[in-house]
Design a protein around this ligand. Structure first.
Ligand code: PMP
Length: 414
């Protein structure tokens, strides 16, 4: 493989990529540029090898370039990537999802998790005839306007730069865990839907009580507000039935992305038949459907055959729960190992885990900031300070990670 200095790419990227990057979370220095990935490893353009825990921002529960996914995509790409028409793969893909997630009777595919959220909001507003949405502070649902609103230090909901105040005003924000605040925010009957990461913000980075999730579902039901659980990260990763199956909550609508799309771009909204029915448009010559006005939802790449092929290959391999158990077992060992590394280095911090996602927070803010960079320099790439594990992480990766953590923590102390 030709070796390219990362600094050359950085200079070129700075000229032509906005902000020198393509994703807010990948904006760090020194940057890494990946040439190739396989299993649990990535190879950089300068020849270095990295143990990967970003795993496609959580999409790759089966690891990079899993043979079954590669074969499915290779076969499909030669057979066409867009038919501009219905195709059998989208039906099989939807059957798999409906078969795995209890609350999901029908799905509509989108091109990303962000789009899934946008569509869930549209469905909820259409079904309830209400304009407002509610989200939990710091919970992430993609980058669209309606959910890019959080509380400031004074507890005021503030939309992010570029989101009009008038749009931000349509989204109420309450603190996670605050049942009374939620009840008050829903009391006037104007909120169409409550959105939440049922894991707690950032895929369990800020854990949330399961009882709070169940109570929030009850409060929503009493208020006539639909509950939208964002399973973009947790769906199919923490269990075949998603985090909702572990908590014992039945959302009205669920948003999906990542694992369900097999590492290609895709997403979906799923839910009860009567809500998903709002997406049924009358065909020429048919009378208009009864009830609320129906929703026009196009999207060039909805259920594109390539993503569908990758999604099906992945879901077939994760549907019995054994893949999740394998990834969880590795993550459990990693969690214990990181905890020991902190202890051995005398670094104060916490390590915790949601299924196959290990989170780490150092008490010292400067050290916490520097941790992922220090690990990257030692050949281990986390998503911020969270490690997404997969079925292909094994003893070798665990040992490489141990050495990298020891060295990185030593470096941070100096
Ligand atoms: N919801 C959650 C919980 C996410 O973590 C993300 C992406 N990280 C999204 C939604 C948005 O998904 P996408 O990036 O596919 O638009």
């Amino acid at each position: 493989m030709a070796v390219t200095p990362a600094s050359d790419l950085d200079a070129r990227a700075a000229r032509v990529l906005a902000g020198g990057t393509t994703h807010a979370v990948r904006s760090y220095q020194p940057s890494i540029h990946v040439a190739r990935a396989q299993g649990a490893r990535k190879w950089l353009v300068d020849g270095r090898e990295v143990v990967d825990y970003t795993m496609g921002h959580g999409a790759l529960l089966l690891g990079h370039a899993h043979p079954a996914v590669v074969e499915a995509v290779q076969q499909q790409v030669a057979g066409g990537t867009h038919y501009g028409a219905a195709h059998p793969l989208e039906v099989e893909w939807a059957e798999l999802i409906c078969g795995m997630v209890d609350s999901v009777e029908q799905v509509r595919f989108t091109a990303s998790g962000t789009e899934a959220g946008m569509l869930a909001a549209r469905i909820a507003r259409c079904a309830t005839g209400r304009d407002l949405l509610l989200k939990l502070d710091d919970h992430f649902h993609g980058w669209y306007d309606a959910v890019t609103v959080n509380l400031d230090q004074n507890g005021e909901a503030v939309p992010a730069p570029g989101v009009p105040a008038a749009v931000g005003a349509l989204t109420r924000v309450v603190g996670a865990g605050d049942v009374e605040g939620l009840r008050a925010a829903l009391a006037d009957g104007r909120v169409a839907a409550m959105f939440m990461e049922a894991s707690g913000a950032h895929y369990g980075g800020v854990p949330m009580d399961h009882e709070y999730v169940r109570e929030a579902a009850r409060v929503c039901r009493e208020a006539g507000t639909l509950l939208v659980v964002d399973e973009v990260v947790t769906g199919f990763r923490v269990a075949p039935g998603g985090i909702q199956s572990l908590i014992g909550v039945r959302p009205d609508l669920t948003t999906f992305g990542k694992v369900m799309a097999g590492g290609l771009p895709g997403g979906a909204v799923g839910g009860r038949h009567e809500l998903m029915e709002l997406l049924r448009l009358s065909r020429p010559g048919e009378p208009a459907p009864d009830g609320p006005p129906h929703i026009m939802h196009p999207g060039t790449f909805n259920a594109n055959p390539l993503t569908a092929a990758a999604g099906i290959a992945t879901l077939r391999l994760v549907r019995d729960g054994s893949a999740q158990r394998t990834a969880d077992a590795y993550a459990e060992r990693l969690e214990a190992q990181v905890r020991s590394a902190l202890q051995a280095a005398g670094t104060a911090g916490r390590v915790w885990r949601l299924s196959s996602i290990v989170h780490c927070a150092l008490d010292d803010a400067t050290q916490q900031q520097a941790l992922s960079g220090a690990l990257r320099a030692q050949g281990v790439d986390l998503l911020r300070t969270s490690a997404f594990c997969s079925v292909v992480h094994g003893d070798t990766e665990l040992e490489l990670t141990r050495v990298a953590f020891d060295r990185a923590l030593q470096g941070l102390r100096r």
